[in-house]
Design a protein around this ligand. Sequence first.
Ligand code: ADP
Length: 400
Amino acid sequence: MSSQHVLVLNCGSSSLKFAIIDNSTGDEVLSGLAERLAEQSPQVKYKYQGNKQSITLNSGDAHQVAIETLVGLIKQLSLDTHLVAVGHRVVHGGERFTHSVIIDDQVLQAIQETASLAPLHNPANLLGIKAAQTAFSTLPQVAVFDTAFHQSMDQVAYLYALPYALYRDHGVRRYGFHGTSHAYVSAKAIEKLGLNNKPSKIITAHLGNGCSVAAIKDGKSVDTSMGLTPLEGLVMGTRSGDIDPGLFSFLVNQLNYSTQQIDTLLNKQSGLLGISELSNDCRTIEEAAAEHHPQAQLALDIFCYRLAKQIASFLVPLEGLDALVFTGGIGENSDVIRTKVVKHLSFLGFEIDSDANLAARFGQSGKITKSSNSACALVIPTNEEWMIANDAAKLAKEVN
Ligand code: ADP
């Protein structure tokens, strides 16, 4: 079979992550990042055949120019000949999208309409889609939604205890995010544990700059920690996660905060950064904690306590547990966080296998708890790009 390559685009408000994935192997043929778009001296950095290079754009150049530059690069490297589709990561699909779809005018319209639920993300995703449609007019464009995997949640799990009209009239409910990652690592765990086509109870912890946990029963998401927006749930790099909503009136009435300031406080100044007053980066915090920096130690302790509490709460919808899976930059690399979390959960019969846990730090995936335990904890590296490439290639085949 000839190679089937998919261009995967993840368009943020001021950045564009891209990769060309060989769909048969999952290999990254090309990968890179365009940063500081629409700002001073934007740059396209990329990796091809092990070499890292960069192209500097003109100040103010935005997504369209970045994609045109990427197209020029792809053509110059003759990588366009095997491309079968473009896959776009779209953050919010609302209730409309339960699966990935080929993008047509109606899909574009629906993503636009959902922008009220994700005002920072969906408009940027649309910019990427439109620029890619112009650049690759003959290729099918596919939208893969961060929310789609969690559409299997029951209303008991997704409704807030607010006046029902807010849900009925405005779509205010819990949606959940990181769906592509939770779907990928839970499927891998089910495969590893030999539970294909059998009942399975998995909790996945995606711990990157954003963090979320999902409860997955028989391969379907039944609950997750993020909500209407990615702010709900766990402590993250710069996001607070759950807080008392009464904080809003305190900040407004007592401290004269504006809504914009509250938004910035909760999304950009809180989490690991807020508590440590040092950094949002887990590695930096761990290094400082090892040097006995009290607030760095506190930030790690709060992060792990809240994470363990959230994981334990998911035993309610799952009614048991076969495996806990760690993934994302922190989940895959931090033996410190994994040890603390597993320790909090020792009442479930978990006991860390220190050698396996340390080995996972160096890119090994697998079991990190002692095999005599009833449930196990695993490290499984996520691969959202490959999931997006897979869905895009599958849908492209159906239309051709
Ligand atoms: P994103 O959510 O942007 O995709 P990643 O999944 O790459 O981010 O995760 C980034 C986080 O992973 C950062 O907090 C970073 O410090 C953390 N991380 C990466 N490597 C390590 C490590 N060896 N030890 C602890 N944390 C790590």
